[in-house]
Design a protein around this ligand. Structure first.
Ligand SMILES: *Cc1c(COP(=O)(O)O)cnc(C)c1O
Ligand SMILES: [Zn+2]
Length: 506
């Protein structure tokens, strides 16, 4: 129902009515982080046409948003929560802060965003010694946070294609698995406009992540190498051919991913100054978006301050961590690292595309907070795996990267980065079902040696086949047991199971 009549806008307060359905009257341009060159969004751009550096999208008239004032915005978002209007049901509840140039009718909504924040149970809180929540971004449509960015990027492409009368766009991306699942899903919704192709490092994505783009009808190309190699090939394709690039070089994705910060702000009634966000870093698009999102809400007077942000990297893929090990900013030099096998496979990246964005925003963020608010920690593969298993044995559904968040939380506490009275929100970036292979290797103690992971016996789990000794016949396909045989089967089976479970007779 997207018609005005069915909405309850006329029941909403006068001062928010005029803002509830946004107008696409914003002005956005690409801005180069290196040479500051600005380019129009009339073209699909991924890097600066002058110097080749990475871009960000900036709102040229952000002041108009600040002028409206925090109190009005808070009301607008809270009332939009009650609004029955499809385009604003997902990340575009925060339309003005994401992409106020995309006409509403071009918004693609597949159910992304507004993922639950689940408070850790007492055992987990006691184990860490902190109050924390998991924000379950694995509950997005393609089961990872990548959908936030794709919803924005594909909404823009939908608008771009209609404006330029294009109907045969090819969208392409390189992926550690989840980007391609998401890109293929969103492109398939626009099947008459956009076809998609994804490049995956052969053997370095899980079977589930391979199945997703195949199911969405994308052309799936597996190439030998790791993600960083795929990325180079995809960039060459974007430089030399007519394709729409859907990697996080695409700055429209960053805008959509900012919704993660907006949702946390709203869910805590816009009080975030005493919060701590913990997330894994791979290509560093997510931390870029999260910093930028919190900055924008703070600058518009919507939130009471800036939360701390803890970025987490595995010891097997830690270029961002290494960069910030140097405490004197002028002496920091970025060096890509060669990655080793990591269970946090979606973050197994040695040369993050968004590093220039991180460097710029890291400084802006700390300046705006007038304090050091961003910390990068490094964790072991063993702790990532143990943390995932423990989290999921306590009511969560986190993937290995979500395990990395918990490992990072513990590490940050040890390092003294988190105060006892602060509340932490851990990004569970994907659903555990996408990364089952790692759980399997843990339970079966079958990790290849390069992971250096030794499963803890108390966390192992395996199905038990129940075959009582004095049963000769079992039901088979087309040959069910009957009569006395069936009675014996039920009796022997339940006795055996009661034994295994240690049940006491009534
Ligand atoms: C992409 C991804 C990451 C890494 O995010 P970046 O934006 O590349 O830093 C972490 N976890 C999961 C599950 C992902 O899909
Ligand atoms: Zn430039």
């Amino acid at each position: 129902m997207t018609t005005g009549k069915t909405m309850k806008i006329d029941q909403f307060p006068e001062d928010v009515k005029q803002y509830l359905i946004p107008k696409s009257d914003g002005s956005i341009s690409y801005r180069c982080l290196e040479c500051k060159n600005e380019s129009s969004i009339d073209r699909l751009l991924y890097t600066c046409p002058d110097c080749g550096s990475v871009l960000m999208l900036q709102d040229n008239n952000f002041d108009r948003l600040s002028k409206i004032g925090g109190e009005t915005w808070r009301k607008v978002f809270d009332y939009r929560r009650m609004l029955n209007y499809q385009p604003l049901k997902g990340i575009f509840r925060y339309y003005e802060f994401i992409a106020p140039v995309i006409p509403i009718e071009h918004i693609v909504y597949l159910g992304e965003g507004h993922t639950p924040m689940v408070e850790a149970n007492e055992q987990l809180k006691d184990m860490v010694g902190l109050n924390f929540y998991y924000k379950d971004d694995g509950l997005n449509p393609s089961a990872s946070f990548k959908d936030r960015g794709m919803a924005c990027a594909l909404s823009f492409i939908n608008y771009f294609a209609s404006k330029n009368k294009l109907d045969n766009l090819l969208a392409i991306c390189a992926s550690t698995g989840d980007t391609s699942a998401s890109a293929a899903l969103y492109a398939s919704y626009l099947a008459d406009l956009v076809k998609s192709a994804v490049l995956l490092p052969h053997g370095k994505v899980t079977p589930q992540q391979l199945a997703q783009p195949l199911g969405s009808g994308a052309k799936v190309l597996e190439i030998p190498g790791v993600f960083d190699d795929c990325m180079k090939v995809v960039e060459a394709l974007a430089d030399n051919y007519h394709v729409a690039l859907l990697n996080s070089k695409n700055s429209w994705r960053i805008l959509g991913q900012e919704s993660f910060s907006y949702e946390i702000s709203q869910d805590f009634d816009y009080e975030v100054a005493d919060k701590v966000i913990v997330l894994p870093i791979g290509n560093a698009g997510n931390i870029t978006a999260i910093m930028n999102g919190f900055l924008k809400f703070f600058q518009a007077g919507i939130t009471d301050g800036l939360p701390k942000i803890i970025g987490v990297q595995s010891e097997h893929a830690d270029p961002v961590y290494k960069y910030y090990l140097e405490s004197i900013p002028d002496k920091r030099r970025f060096k890509p690292v060669t990655v080793n096998s990591s269970v946090a496979q979606a973050a197994m990246i040695g040369n993050p595309v968004s590093m220039p964005r991180v460097i710029k925003l890291f400084q802006e963020y700390n300046n705006a907070a007038d304090d050091l608010k961003i910390f990068i920690v490094q964790v072991t593969e063993q702790d990532i795996m143990d943390s995932m298993i423990i989290a999921n044995r306590n009511g969560n559904i986190v993937c290995t990267q979500g395990g990395e968040s918990l490992a990072g939380l513990k590490k940050a506490k040890t390092e003294g980065f988190i105060l006892n009275n602060e509340t932490c929100i851990l990004d569970s970036t994907a659903h555990m079902l996408k990364f089952l292979t790692f759980q399997e290797m843990y339970f079966e103690d079958s990790f290849p040696p390069e992971f250096k992971i030794k499963p803890k016996n108390e966390f192992k789990n395996a199905p038990v086949l129940v075959r009582p000794e004095n049963l000769k016949n079992y039901p088979e396909r087309g040959r069910p047991l009957k009569g006395e045989e069936l009675q014996k089967y039920i009796h022997e089976m339940s006795a055996e199971i009661a034994g295994i479970l240690g049940l006491k007779a009534k």
